[in-house]
Ligand binder design. Structure first.
Ligand code: SF4
Length: 344
């Protein structure tokens, strides 16, 4: 326990669940009085540091996560590394998420104390409350009023963030809005207005785990490359969970894993409305067990719906040039198909 006079510095690795929960974590920790420091954007050093300390067959996001933890070492009093178990009380995060704090703890790197508390929303809202209380206690805060106040502010921020993702903002844009003065001044930010008038070549469903799609280093910038190619991108975050969940009844068996289910349900939802999309890209992480099943399911479903499908596997050797060529070829094919359809 660290009873420090100065403000506690808590580091959050910019990886994995960061893309879904950062506003919740940041707001809660700040309202408890801590200073939040995020690791640097993924770069070659972060990746290589992560590779050195992880087992060979770990997926690239897990390797990168380790690199982000090491990036924070020496700069903070604690590293926030919760054990992500369940966000919806039904499915769990993949087994590598469950063991993550232990994997990090047993590396050879000298690390500050980890805030390793269980995030398990089974029995919601009790599960979330348990999480908040455990985090606060881990940094020596026991005042229930302070904890409840911080939790309510954090949940509000999380809701704002999710609302912006639903509107079509990517995580980087949404974070900028909610933690910038624009939001504080109550400026209404509407994605559709800002995008109005832009001519789009095609609409592509870009499916995959947020930490694979939105980390420009490990994904070789797939999201931004598609935007630059004039494509409108739809991701699973733009579909309300209760809408996607209807597709849990379509498959004979759902996956056990939180993100895998959402990616798959979103794919099925978009394929059912195939006239709104021109193609589907699934970004998979090499070495990911769940992805092997999700990718095959989406590929088969896209094929039977007649929607062009591209599976892109990323690993630590993924190069910008190769990704760019494959995306350009895919978008050109969709564009040619569209023109053919109009001519016919
Ligand atoms: S779901 Fe796949 S990519 Fe994500 S952490 Fe687990 S194994 Fe890695």
């Amino acid at each position: 326990m660290k009873w420090l006079k100065r403000q506690l510095r808590i580091g959050i690795p910019r990886s994995l669940a960061y893309y879904s929960f950062y506003p919740l974590w940041k707001e809660f920790l700040e309202k408890l009085g801590a200073e939040v420091i995020v690791s640097n954007a993924t770069n070659r050093k972060i990746l290589e540091d992560g590779i050195k300390e992880t087992v060979n067959d770990a997926c690239v996001p897990i390797k990168v996560y380790h690199g982000h933890v090491f990036d924070l070492a020496g700069r903070v009093d604690y590293i926030f590394a919760p054990r992500m178990v369940s966000a919806d009380g039904k499915s769990t995060f993949c087994p590598k998420f469950l063991g993550l704090p232990d994997m990090v703890r047993f590396t050879d790197v000298d690390l500050p104390e980890l805030i390793d508390v269980r995030y398990d929303c089974s029995g919601f809202p009790g599960g979330q409350l348990r999480f908040f209380i455990s985090v606060a206690r881990a940094i020596g805060i026991r005042n229930p009023f302070k904890i409840v106040y911080a939790a309510l502010r954090a949940l509000r921020k999380h809701k704002q963030y999710q609302g912006l993702l639903l509107k079509g903002f990517n995580p980087a844009e949404a974070l900028q809005i909610i933690f910038s003065r624009q939001q504080q001044q109550g400026i209404n930010v509407n994605k559709k207005e800002s995008d109005a008038g832009r001519i789009k070549k095609a609409v592509i469903a870009l499916l995959g785990y947020p930490y694979a799609i939105y980390d420009p280093f490990i994904s070789a910038g797939i999201y931004d490359k598609l935007i630059r190619l004039g494509v409108e991108v739809v991701t699973f975050e733009q579909i309300p969970l209760h809408v996607m969940r209807r597709f849990s009844k379509v498959l004979p068996q759902n996956f056990f894993w939180y993100y895998s289910n959402q990616v798959c349900w979103a794919g099925l939802y978009l394929l059912e409305r195939k006239k709104f999309i021109d193609g589907m890209i699934h970004v998979t992480a090499f070495g990911c067990g769940p992805d092997a099943m999700v990718d095959k399911t989406l590929e088969l479903e896209a094929k039977s719906a007649g929607v062009p499908f591209l599976g892109l596997s990323i690993d630590e050797h993924t190069g910008e040039g190769g990704v760019q060529t494959r995306l350009e070829a895919f978008v050109d094919m969709l564009w040619a198909k569209q023109k053919q359809g109009r001519a016919g």
